[in-house]
Design a protein around this ligand. Structure first.
Ligand code: FAD
Length: 474
């Protein structure tokens, strides 16, 4: 291990120990630093491709229901979809603060991936179980698109993980062979072969997951609205939940109304702490993304961007990129400046930079370093989205509360496209008590590392990024 790595891990350990100590001040800090709704609007390429979408009406008055879902992203719509199919007789209500797909689901990098982050059990059984679950999840998304004839731009021609260090590439090659031995179809591509397909610099090898791909999440979530309405779900947009009062009947307060529900779902991922839940479990991390104008066929050929849906790299301040069917390159991360934690879990990014800035310039430089020919491309969209990050990078799905009627699926880190779409199946099975098949998965009622309250949290993040020079890997 290099001196730098030693220094980083000592710093990591010291910060974790300090975090655990500072966590003891939660009862006081929670009162000093209250949170409330804080949501900006989606300015992504994905949202722009749903320009005919009309935001629905807010809730006015008092209503009752069996299940109230808070949040209209993948988690919210997936739960509404699966629950209302299983229980057509039950009344389901979905409350969204702004518009469907306003959050991360409509602002992400578009990578529809296998695997979950924060896995600790790497036995062949656990590895197979996770891979089979996520690849079935991808297939389920494709089935829904087909079943309801949704106009959702997507492709499933594989994504790559770039290895930027020879030793890590060698390890990845070995892991690939282990995966192949248990029936997982990952493929290692050496740098010479990769160079013929994709002209990427500084890459010592890549792993292809042929079953993964890319999807426009805004088109999926917004496209599902009429399907959900048809299935009897009542959807209210521009309806932020301001307060949750638990009980055997839960009361949700909104600006112009109230919902009395027998059970609720927290489908608010990075925004969840603003409702007073999981404040010690996750923190919102802002990630910048940009998209180029559509490439011409010639530009695509020059870059070698025809073979796969996208790539991410093996670095802490992870770069991730996809290419849409329409030819836009979408690129996120790739620089410490492209990630930010804002004091007291702020989830709206103030003065979101829609024009060039030092953060976006640093990200563009990373893209150019990988793909020098991309330097001449013009940037058409820039936006920021809120991820929900847990300390151990594991996402959490479960049910809580004295009445066991507060369901949640949160903390997906950078892997929510597939997982949040699976969450509706998991939570519906949990509700019905028939959830055996999910019990051995890492997210099922998972525990989490405790994150300290403010002001330790903000200082901790600054110290971590400054001391180690890293961004939290997603
Ligand atoms: C920039 C970025 C890039 C990413 N890239 C990828 C990727 O390439 N691949 C991948 O797998 N994952 C990626 N992710 C993660 C993935 O997008 C998310 O994990 C996933 O979309 C989470 O879905 P969700 O429905 O749980 O949350 P969200 O999509 O964030 O939805 C939560 C919704 O709740 C609403 N809400 C919040 N508070 C309230 C309230 N009080 N009342 C009512 N509504 C409320 C919000 O407006 C929002 O619409 C990325 C995330 C970001 C931000």
């Amino acid at each position: 291990m290099s001196d730098d790595a030693n220094k980083a891990s000592t710093a990591d350990r010291a910060l974790l120990a300090a975090a655990s100590l500072a966590s003891k001040t939660w009862p006081i800090a929670a009162k000093i630093f209250p949170e409330g709704p804080d949501i900006d609007t989606n300015q992504s390429l994905w949202a722009a491709q749903t320009s005919d979408y009309k935001v629905g009406e807010p809730l006015r008055g008092t209503i009752t229901c069996d299940l109230a879902i808070i949040g209209g992203g993948f988690t919210g719509t997936s739960t509404a979809y699966h629950f209302s199919r299983r229980y057509p007789e039950k009344k389901v209500v979905l409350l969204e603060a702004k518009s469907l797909a306003n959050g991360a689901s409509g602002r992400n990098g578009g990578m529809m991936l296998n695997w979950v982050t924060g896995m600790t059990d790497h036995s062949p059984e656990a590895t197979q179980r996770v891979y089979q679950t996520t690849s079935a999840g991808i297939q389920m998304i494709l089935d829904i698109i087909k079943r309801h004839d949704l106009k959702v731009s997507h492709r499933v021609d594989g994504t790559l993980t770039f290895y930027t260090d020879p030793k890590r590439a060698e390890d990845a090659h070995k892991e690939c062979e282990e995966h192949n031995a248990i029936g997982i179809p990952s493929q290692f591509i050496d740098s010479a072969t990769l160079a013929k397909q994709l002209n990427a610099k500084g890459v010592y090898g890549a792993v292809l997951d042929p079953g993964s791909g890319q999807i426009n999440g805004a088109q999926l979530v917004r496209g599902l609205r009429p399907v959900l309405v048809e299935q009897g779900v009542e959807i209210y947009e521009n309806t932020p939940v301001l307060k949750i009062q638990e009980g055997s009947t839960i009361t949700l307060t909104t600006p112009q109304g109230e919902v009395r529900a027998k059970a609720i779902v927290l489908g608010t991922n990075g925004y969840t702490t603003r409702l007073g839940y999981f404040r010690d479990a996750l923190f919102p991390l802002h990630s910048h993304v940009f998209a180029t104008a559509p490439l011409t066929a010639e530009q695509r050929a020059q870059l070698g961007l025809n073979a796969y849906a996208g790539y991410s790299d093996d670095l802490d301040r992870i770069s991730y990129s996809t290419i849409t069917n329409e030819g836009n390159i979408v690129f996120g991360g790739g620089s410490n400046q492209s990630y930010a934690y804002l004091f007291n879990n702020r989830t709206a990014y103030p003065g979101t930079p829609y024009s060039a800035s030092s953060s976006f310039n640093a990200m563009q430089k990373t893209m150019y370093d990988y793909l020098p020919a991309s330097k001449r491309l013009s940037i058409q969209y820039r936006w920021t989205g809120t991820l929900g990050i847990t300390l151990k990078r594991n996402n959490l799905m479960g049910v809580r509360g004295d009445n066991r009627n507060v369901f949640y699926a949160i903390g997906y880190c950078g892997h929510g496209v597939t997982l949040a779409n699976i969450s509706g199946q998991v939570l519906t099975d949990m509700y019905s008590g028939d959830d055996e098949k999910w019990r051995k998965l890492p997210f099922y009622h998972a525990t989490y590392g405790r994150i300290p309250p403010e002001p330790f949290r903000w200082f901790g993040y600054q110290m971590f990024t400054k001391l180690t020079g890293k961004s939290p890997r997603l």
